[in-house]
Design a protein. Structure first.
Length: 249
């Protein structure tokens, strides 16, 4: 029933150059070896270490370290520098970008449970969101607040066995767009309609006019695994997407 973009997560090999009409999307597990955690910790900045120190649970802290490390390792690979040399800047809402070095390389990161995803494009706003589909999450209690009336109608019209996955698909579309804009939840989620008419599953690629009406975005629902939903949002259209599984290199 779900109609995400069919993805071969082994399309992309490290070293493939990023061209102006392509998006590269990497996935990785956040459960990485102790030796890699030790290597990563040595590459992190003071603010990354301070953030990690504030994470109370030990498994969550390790996954946060892994997420920061994967972000550094993948970006450094494109820039041909050491991960520890990367410097980040942050917008007023916390969206990270590369500071000074190769600022045309735009990226966004999302993680959920043990999964990590990073999307890259040149000179284009990009956002990504992944969510683990939680069979116990009471999504019915929050949809009227966070979703548009149209999205609520579309969800209610689906057979009940499809509603939970549809909820997560709509959620990741919205959040990917909100992250691409860089404002995250400071935008009003219930004013962003991503139901695309009455066909909640839409096409694999959905052209989407933003709130301002001037910008077109492409939203791609990604085939990940049955217990995750994921979407990437990119400004403008005509993108070719390539996918890779990042392994410990
Ligand atoms: C960005 C945001 C949507 C992330 O939500 P999330 O589901 O918890 O997390 P995800 O895993 O999808 O994304 C996290 C990553 O997004 C990136 N990120 C952080 N702020 C971001 C922003 N404003 N826009 C885009 N990406 C952002 C970071 O790389 C972050 O990685 P980290 O957690 O390893 O540091 C959320 O934190 C947010 O809305 N931040 C803006 C804060 C704000 O202004 N809030 C207003 C009051 S509600």
């Amino acid at each position: 029933m779900r109609r995400e973009l069919t993805v071969n997560w082994h399309d992309l090999q490290p070293g493939r150059a990023l061209s102006r009409d392509t998006v590269h999307i990497w996935r990785a597990s956040l459960d990485i070896s102790k030796s890699l955690i030790n290597y990563i910790e040595a590459t992190l900045s003071a603010d990354e270490l301070a953030h990690i120190a504030g994470v109370r649970s030990s498994p969550a802290r390790l996954r946060n370290i892994a997420a920061y490390g994967l972000r550094r390792m993948i970006l450094a690979h494109y820039m041909n520098i050491d991960p520890g040399e990367l410097r980040f800047s942050y917008n007023a809402y916390g969206k990270p970008a590369l500071a000074s070095q190769m600022t045309e390389l735009c990226f966004n990161v999302s993680h959920s449970a043990d999964q990590f995803i990073l999307a890259l494009a040149l000179d284009s706003a990009i956002g990504v969101d992944i969510e683990r589909i939680d069979a116990r999450f009471p999504w019915q209690e929050i949809v009227s607040h966070w979703f548009t009336p149209n999205e609520n109608t579309v969800l209610q019209s689906l057979p009940s066995e499809f509603q939970r996955n549809a909820f997560y698909t709509l959620w990741t579309r919205k959040e990917a767009y909100m992250k691409a804009c860089g404002q995250g939840f400071s935008l009003k989620m219930n004013q962003i309609d991503v139901s695309f008419g009455s066909d909640v599953w839409g096409n694999a690629i959905n052209a989407f006019k933003a709130l301002d009406g001037d910008t077109t975005w492409e939203l791609h629902d990604l085939e990940f695994s049955s217990d995750y939903a994921a979407t990437v949002a990119i400004q403008n259209n005509g993108w070719s997407l390539y996918f890779g599984q990042w392994e410990d290199h």
